[in-house]
Each structure stands twice: as structure tokens, then as C-alpha cells.
Design a protein around this ligand. Structure first.
Ligand SMILES: [Zn+2]
Length: 134
């Protein structure tokens, strides 16, 4: 069974377009330079609507994670066990993104582990953000 693929909205489309090209781009306020994720219509820091997408470095640390052993989502049964979680990016305190972890044994994953963005192919759709060891 095929895995579900992301469904971009008008607001999130630039994020997904960049991901499909292997780049991590996040929304950023042009007024106060605050990074914003998930994408929003207004900057939560200064209220500006002058927002754009910029490329982020992709380095960060694991904020929290889970290892999935029992699969309830169609298309992932042959993928388990797999790990997903939130990564705190180096760009800004509290800025975090959600993704899966690849190439890191489950017993090595821990909160605070340094990780780096990479991209994995989702057949029939394109690449999506993942994290691995730097
Ligand atoms: Zn702002």
C-alpha cells in the first residue's frame, strides 16, 4: 500500500516546494527577522504580515521523539519500526520542525542529540524533510 503524501496548502506550499528540491526553507519575518514554523499569516512576535521563506541551516537537536512499532496508518507497516519527532533548530530558541529520523538506531536517539537535515524520497511525490546524524 502506498504511503500518504503531504497535501500543501497555499500557506505551506513554499515549504513543500523547497523540500521537494532538497532544501529546508522556513517562513521568516522581513520586519523583525523572527523565524516562523508552522507558516502563519502574521508574525507572532511583531505582528507584521511582511513574511517570506528563507533557507535554514538544518542543524539542530532532538527536542522529543517517539519510535513507532505498531502501525495504524496505511502504507507504513513495512517501514516500522521508525522514529519521528520534533527538532529544535539552531536558528532561534524554540524554533522547531517535525520530521522522521533516518540512519540513527532507535537506541541511540535521545533528547538533545545533535542532528542535521537530510531529505528522503517519497516515491511518486518527491523528497520530504528527515533528520540524521550530522
Ligand atoms: Zn516580526
Amino acid at each position: 500500500m502506498t504511503r500518504p503524501v503531504p497535501e500543501p496548502t497555499a500557506l505551506s506550499a513554499p515549504y513543500w516546494e523547497a523540500a521537494r528540491e532538497g532544501r529546508l526553507e522556513l517562513q521568516r519575518c522581513r520586519h523583525c527577522r523572527h523565524w516562523i514554523h508552522f507558516p502563519d499569516f502574521l508574525c507572532p512576535r511583531c505582528g507584521s504580515d511582511d513574511l517570506a521563506f528563507e533557507e535554514a541551516g538544518g542543524n539542530g537537536t532532538v527536542d522529543t521523539f517517539t519510535v513507532v512499532h505498531r502501525v495504524f496508518v496505511p502504507g507504513f507497516a513495512d517501514h516500522a519500526p521508525y522514529a519521528v519527532g520534533w527538532v529544535l533548530l539552531d536558528e532561534q530558541p524554540g524554533l522547531r520542525v517535525f520530521a522522521d529520523f533516518v540512519g540513527i538506531p532507535a537506541d541511540r536517539l535521545r533528547i538533545g542529540l545533535p542532528v542535521a537535515a537530510c531529505f528522503t524520497d517519497r516515491p511518486g511525490w518527491g523528497t520530504v524533510l528527515s533528520f540524521t546524524t550530522p
